[in-house]
Design a binder for this molecule. Sequence first.
Ligand SMILES: Nc1nc2c(c(=O)[nH]1)N[C@H]1C(S)=C(S)[C@@H](COP(=O)(O)O)O[C@H]1N2
Ligand SMILES: [Mo]
Length: 285
Amino acid sequence: MSEAPSDPAAAIRGLLHRADDAAKAAPNQRVPEGARERITRLLDAARSQLPALADDELRLDLAAQVARRFAALDRDGLEAVLGPSPDVRRAPTGADVDPARVPPGQHLTAGWPVLHVGGAPADVDPATWRVVVTGRVRTRTVLTVAELRDRLPVVTTRSDLHCVTGWSRLDNDWEGVRLVDLIGLAGPRPEATHLLASGHPAYSANLALEAAGAADVVVAWSHDGVLLDRAHGGPIRLVVPARYGWKSVKWLTELRLLDREVRGYWEERGYHDVADPWTEQRFRG
Ligand SMILES: Nc1nc2c(c(=O)[nH]1)N[C@H]1C(S)=C(S)[C@@H](COP(=O)(O)O)O[C@H]1N2
Ligand SMILES: [Mo]
């Protein structure tokens, strides 16, 4: 592979370097006001050259590098609301991992794949993002991210994420509030048995209220000590470790309590209502 300036890979790397230089000009890694636009322009330019790369692996690698830098810009917006966060770590995948921790048909990933349908929201303002708890509740309750943090006990949980497509990511440290506490604030009515969680853009997933009440089910704004970036559902997402990943709704906007099961996006398309990865409840029988 040539490193001549006409090489698109070299051009992309050059743009990434310039974007990094612009970001480094910031005190405490924060992107200065003026630099954000410049970095966005450089990253857009890098992204527009990706299709020129014939080598799939190289293209994917550079695409990931571009995506990571866009994600850092997003995180910066969330930090303005919730304060700074330290660095990222890789999840365990080695021979030292107890195989009993891995559900059947799953393989471990050290990185963190981004998976969703319909695209992430084009623009997110963490200061005004709201989640509403509604349906069979005593008090319809609407909270911003800061209100979630201030009005409910903040918890950190460590749990595994199992995507139905086959990857699992172990030892995710989530910071947020327990779903059961959030629902408790709205006051579930006695007839409430199920939950439909919705997120951007028209995504949803159903859960039995019993499963939603597990102590490790959280509405999270931070992952492995780093505020959630937009690709992974920032500013807030649902995390349901005991279910396949599709129940962990990103860009969470609504929790609707119901007196019956109402199917969400994938469940309507034949995926399992329960979705226990340990018994491989991928599709409805
Ligand atoms: N809003 C929304 N949330 C979503 C999805 C989606 O398409 N839209 N995909 C789900 C699926 S299938 C998985 S495995 C996880 C993946 O989360 P990640 O992209 O942070 O790895 O998000 C879930 N939450
Ligand atoms: Mo998934």
